[in-house]
Design a protein around this ligand. Sequence first.
Ligand SMILES: CC(C)(COP(=O)(O)OP(=O)(O)OC[C@H]1O[C@@H](n2cnc3c(N)ncnc32)[C@H](O)[C@@H]1OP(=O)(O)O)[C@@H](O)C(=O)NCCC(=O)NCCS
Length: 226
Amino acid sequence: MPWSPVWPFAARQRPDLRRRTSPAARARRSAPCHAGAMDAAFDFSFMPRFETKRAVLRAIRPAEDLAALFDLFADERVARHTDTGPFAEVAEAVEVMDWIAQIFRERRGMRWAIALRGDDDRLIGTCGFNYWDRERRQAEIGYDLAHRHWGRGLMTEALRPMLRFGFEEMDLHRIEAGVTVGNEASARVLEKLGFREEGLLRRGGYWKGAYHDLRGFGLLRRDREV
Ligand SMILES: CC(C)(COP(=O)(O)OP(=O)(O)OC[C@H]1O[C@@H](n2cnc3c(N)ncnc32)[C@H](O)[C@@H]1OP(=O)(O)O)[C@@H](O)C(=O)NCCC(=O)NCCS
């Protein structure tokens, strides 16, 4: 299995990041300017774990989670508005696992498995930062959830600690998301989380052989502080 030897973080989760605000984040916020903040931000030496009332965000386990990831994106309803799936072959899920390991290894993004608390820890969705532009202190998020769990507020709940981590530990000042026109559920999740719709990126996405118009959403650190 090509991805497992390079998987960096499965056994290195740190529950202490469940604190709302770390001393490092507090120090950064009170610093007079952000010079040097890049160096102080999260260093990818471990994969944080978060818990909400109903969900757990944990490191993805490539071998163990492969079947669940395949099932997730084999569903056309989940794949419809994203650049991934619908999967017909397990090899496609392996490619996604490889990408997840790669962005973490290269310190440019991270993806969590979403599981239900008190359940069997099975992956029922994923979420994460697709890219992290350290210099501009910006990142883009992505997320997906198995269809049987839709419509209960679960993704909105799961994304809250991830966004907090983005602002407080990655020291972001802006988090953005692009939503395919027609994906009302995703747009609503972002609205509930305080994102503002900023405009239309005409033919801003290209996947599955076609261009897609994207609704651009952004959440600023400043929006959360007012
Ligand atoms: C987007 C997604 C993650 C939402 O997960 P979820 O747990 O169902 O989201 P929530 O329950 O927290 O919120 C969904 C909201 O959208 C609303 N909604 C759902 N379908 C809708 C529709 N067709 N039109 C308008 N609103 C809709 C729900 O009513 C809910 O809003 P409410 O709480 O005000 O009632 C899930 O639908 C999914 O995995 N979709 C496929 C993958 C995907 O599109 N990912 C995002 C790519 S940008």
